[in-house]
Design a protein around this ligand. Structure first.
Ligand code: SAH
Ligand code: SF4
Ligand code: F3S
Length: 472
């Protein structure tokens, strides 16, 4: 018998990988909400489960297959209860595996890549009709043209910081990397649609926007008069959008770190003093083998220019240790570079041969034990630098965007301008506002602070975004 009111279907999305996947999962949520789904936090009784996967790490595909093995059991239970859960795999593993995924994972109904998720409603109706569907085309323009404008999923989360993808894909073909194959060629969205999306974000309560792209600083989009905008121009235009208080961008490539973008760190007051700029290795020989097309000295020169433009800029990077052919001397160059630059934080990984990439076929692969030992040394050095950077913040006052509930009652959590996570003693009403916060203590991964002065309380009817301590 049918219920008087049909219950809303439940969807569960699990996201792996980079911020671009986080953005994609949010946009899939928007589509699903428009289709009448309710997003849930537990996959066990969902009608639709989407794994939004990443292919960058060791055994990424194997991990997805074992997760699918577990989901197969849940699916059998759901059938017994009269529900037919649809299992979908999205993201970069889906793109890389394609048809193979249907062969290896009997529970999977739907496989689709990062550039076709806007077709989700049609794909789901085909899957519901019993078809096993694979969609791995790259209609990236069509995607951005057809996604819903409204960001219901962010509004539901009461988000005050959000991602906005402005650029997709990559043409750089670093020899270790799968991204150019899973995300396709570089594509920049037009300026006006980005400005519209930013306004939409402000309307849902967002005041901090992080622009995303695999090579975000290679951005070059046209505005409606046909003028070409580089990233610095786009950041300037976004800084003018009412309600946008803070801007960030990630991930950048050193080769696209142009003088005007460096100058934006001096001139654009909304741009936060933090930059994630991956270098991967401090050895020119390895950088060349990676096809990075720049030297360690060129990287250091960019850092010097950035620091001249914005002396307090905090820096972050990515490193790969044990790339094929890396000697102890090459690795020592990496340690030297880290010591020379001084990072606020950094990510480091053991090289992992990714199927289909040139470096995977090299005969100079490094022993796993050596990779592990080098990684430990590098992480110890980065850890010391991060701890020193955080200790330096003690007893300093920063404007902090309090964007989430804190760890404990009576706390809110946020980020300093330098992207440090901070737990702040603050009343719940201040969530979504920027407040002056004194850092009382620095832990290894998080800061702890308290409000520095009488908080600027959000007034009724206001979106709740105010700058405490601002001169106006
Ligand atoms: N577009 C960004 C990052 C892409 S992937 C850039 O150009 O920097 C994120 C990070 O994963 C890379 O910076 C790199 O450090 C790491 N990574 C990518 N492929 C890898 C591989 N095969 N093995 C180990 N680490 C890898
Ligand atoms: Fe991968 Fe290199 Fe492109 Fe970054 S620039 S996404 S590391 S190929
Ligand atoms: Fe992973 Fe794809 Fe992002 S491989 S890092 S999810 S672009």
């Amino acid at each position: 018998m049918k219920h008087a009111e049909t219950a809303r279907k439940k969807a569960f999305i699990r996201t792996y990988g980079c911020q671009m996947n986080v953005y994609d999962s949010e946009r899939m949520s928007d589509l699903l909400i428009a289709e009448g789904y309710q997003l849930v936090e537990d996959g066990n009784d969902a009608d639709l489960v989407i794994l939004n996967t990443c292919h960058i790490r060791e055994k990424a595909a194997e991990k997805v297959y074992s997760e699918l093995g577990r989901l197969r059991i849940n699916k059998a239970h759901s059938k017994a209860e009269g529900r037919d859960t649809i299992i979908a795999v999205a993201g970069c593993v889906a793109q890389a595996e394609g048809e193979e995924m249907l062969r290896r994972a009997p529970a999977v109904d739907l496989v689709f890549g990062p550039q076709v998720y806007h077709r989700l409603p049609q794909l789901l109706s085909r899957a519901s009709a019993g078809e096993r569907v694979v969609e791995t085309e790259f209609p990236v323009e069509e995607k951005f043209d057809t996604l819903p404008k409204e960001r219901h999923s962010l509004a539901a989360q009461r988000a005050s910081a959000a991602f906005l993808t402005i650029q997709e894909g990559c043409d750089k073909f670093c020899t270790f990397c799968v991204v150019p194959y899973t995300r396709g060629a570089e594509f920049s969205r037009p300026v006006n649609v980005i400005l519209d999306e930013a306004k939409q974000l402000v309307n849902t309560g967002v005041c901090e926007i992080t622009l995303l792209g695999q090579n975000v600083n290679a951005y070059h989009g046209a505005n409606d008069t046909g003028r070409d905008y580089q990233l610095a121009d786009l950041l300037a235009a976004l800084a003018e959008v009412d309600g946008v208080e803070r801007l960030r961008y990630t991930t950048s490539h050193p080769r696209d770190m142009t003088p005007d973008l460096i100058a934006a760190h001096r001139d654009n007051s909304k741009l936060m003093p933090y930059l994630h700029l991956p270098i991967q290795s401090g050895s020119d020989k390895i950088l060349d083998a990676m096809n990075r097309k720049h030297t360690a000295a060129e990287y250091v020169a960019i850092i010097e220019d950035l620091r001249a433009a914005r002396p307090d800029i905090a820096l972050s990077s990515d490193f790969i240790v044990g790339f094929p052919g890396e000697t102890e001397d090459d690795f020592a160059d990496t340690l030297r570079l880290v010591s020379k630059v001084g990072f606020a934080q950094a990510y480091s990984f053991k090289y992992s041969p990714r199927p289909g990439t040139p470096a995977a076929d090299s005969e100079l692969q490094i022993d796993e034990a050596i990779k592990a030992e080098r990684l430990a040394r590098l992480q110890a050095l980065i850890g010391e630098q991060q701890a020193a950077f955080n200790r330096n913040s003690e007893n300093t006052v920063f404007p902090v965007l309090l964007d989430r509930e804190g760890r404990n009652p009576g706390q809110l959590a946020g980020r300093t301008p330098y992207l440090q996570a901070i737990q702040v003693e603050a009343p719940a009403e201040l969530r979504g506002t920027i407040q002056q916060v004194r850092v009382d203590r620095a832990g290894p991964h998080s800061l702890f602070g308290s409000l520095d002065e009488m908080p600027a309380m959000p007034s009724a009817g206001d979106r709740g975004i105010q700058m405490a301590g601002a001169s106006n």
